[in-house]
Design a protein around this ligand. Sequence first.
Ligand code: FAD
Length: 622
Amino acid sequence: QVAGVDAAHANEYFELFVNATSMKHILGYYRGLVDSLHLRPNVFNQFYPKLRANLTSWRAKALLKKFDSRAAHKCYLKGKVAANTRVLVIGGGPCGMRTAIEAQLLGAKVVVVEKRDRFSRNNVLHLWPFVIEDLRMLGAKKFFGKFCAGAIDHISIRQLQCILLKVALLLGIEVHTELSFENLVEPDPDKKIGWRAAFKPSNHPVSQYEFDVVIGADGKRNTLQGFSRKEFRGKLAIAITANFINKKTEAEACVEEISGVAFIFNQKFFKDLQEATKIDLENIVYYKDDTHYFVMTAKKHSLIQKGVIKQDFSDTERLLAPENVDKEALQNYAIEAANFSTNYQMPNLDFAVNHYGQPDVAMFDFTSMYAAENASKVVERHGCRLLKILVGDSLLEPFWPTGSGCARGFLSALDAAWAIRSWSMGTASPLDTIAERESIYRLLAQTTPDNLNKDWKSYTLDPVTRYPNLNRAVVLPHQVVCLYDTDNPASIERMKRSYNEKPNEIPKKRRRGNVDNEVLLNWLKDQLKDKEEICITDMDSVFKDGKVLCAIIHHYRPDLLDYSAINSNDSAVNNQIAIDVLEKDLCVPPVMTGSELTITEDYLTLATYLTEIYDCFRGEIP
Ligand code: FAD
């Protein structure tokens, strides 16, 4: 034990800290805990061993054992890999925190800034199996006994944030709340000051913090400058989320959940719903969690018919503008849908309250979804280099109703930490680091629970433990020169020269994708113009028919697929034939099954898959 510390009090604070359920209490008890031990958040090796030596309860020991086993993994090199790296994480959402935890285990100095003063998001996240395993290994169950018990595979965003904040703090990460990142501040060579950031409020001590890695994890609006985004436009998709108070009565306990994936096929239900209530939905999910959480995709005409949307506009922004939405009608719409879909077994649905103390029901537009064109960049000013990486929703916007947000977000967090590791080790050049990061990013939008490595326990930072089809060199260093912004042309020229000496390594077909839907659709139309039976109008039509994928494979590679033998009217079967050939013979990994392709509304994944196919064939002679 460290002399002069009050270990008894520290253990008392630890119990309160572990049980705390709000940001304010977690931070308050943590302060009590570290003050009793004369500790301050610090790099892992300076902080954690001292904390560990003083926490003696069985509960603490059980939890810290989990941290020990994680920290002992060889990829962290005993917390020394990133000993000279200083990281700023913008945003204390699940993905910012998850990235921060990995960076801390690598031995970096990590500071997280979060603009909110409390965790108030009731909405519930669907968790892929690897995320559940990942959180279990971080001790989630010790903080929240009910964590994914039995077949439950979801958690409220609020609860998840509480768990991750506790893990982060116990590892020594410095977390500042009610502090909003504004912009980066360039180094000042005269004062020998490196990269810093400006915050709101402006006089905060964190504005003195100098760092060499910045993680953009502030959600879909992304305030970290310098990243452009590509837009994926699907057909109009309006999602409604609603949270009702879970009074935990016996009657509520009996109501069955509705898992989205299974429900999507239940066409009869949607017909009955429409007949009974005039509510027309494309899908609905119900999770019983801290709240009763419903998320549904509603058709515009029924929202108009039910008076939720006051006036029809073709422009979605005007359509869903607050002044065009009748809040009370929206609440009634959500209640009716929730009641019908749970067979009217839910007694008295009362809305939970949102961040603003209002009934927690909201309507979101998913017609356009965004993905960053690049996952990482380097900027160099006055000899100071800064690695910028995006993670979570800032990197790739998820389609909530199918629940991919947190899973892909966590993958991006682990990938970001892998890049921090490479950056810190100094054995790779900055261009190597960002080229590898970009190569790995190419896989992200295609990931599904089924095409990831199933051995979740073996997942580490190393992407090879997670992605079976990993090719770290899809993007080569000389191809990412444009992602290296410097005021010193000599440094980039030096790196460029060394890469230009290896022209044979340039892969022929693979390129960084920035292909918008129109280009993809026009390419297909053009290539398949001789096939009269094929009609391509939009992204849906490519996968609904089932023959388009077969036709394009046959067009370029008639040796792989006999198009004249494709005579099934079952589009799912046709899609599956194409998916199998693409995977087996052309190394295009599947993103869904043939039948899922025909019904999904995850246009981002569809566009990414089509981009892979386009990349595979483009430039080939048919
Ligand atoms: P977020 O969870 O968005 O976290 C970003 C964090 O950054 C926030 O805490 C924010 O306060 C903070 N921040 C923003 N700007 C700054 C700044 N300038 N400085 C400092 N901090 C900043 N997914 C689902 O699957 N189902 C849902 O129903 C669902 N509902 C959602 C409702 C809302 C209101 C939001 C914002 C997201 C929702 N999501 C939902 C998405 C889901 O929350 C994310 O996919 C998941 O939380 C991972 O996100 P993240 O950590 O990348 O970003």
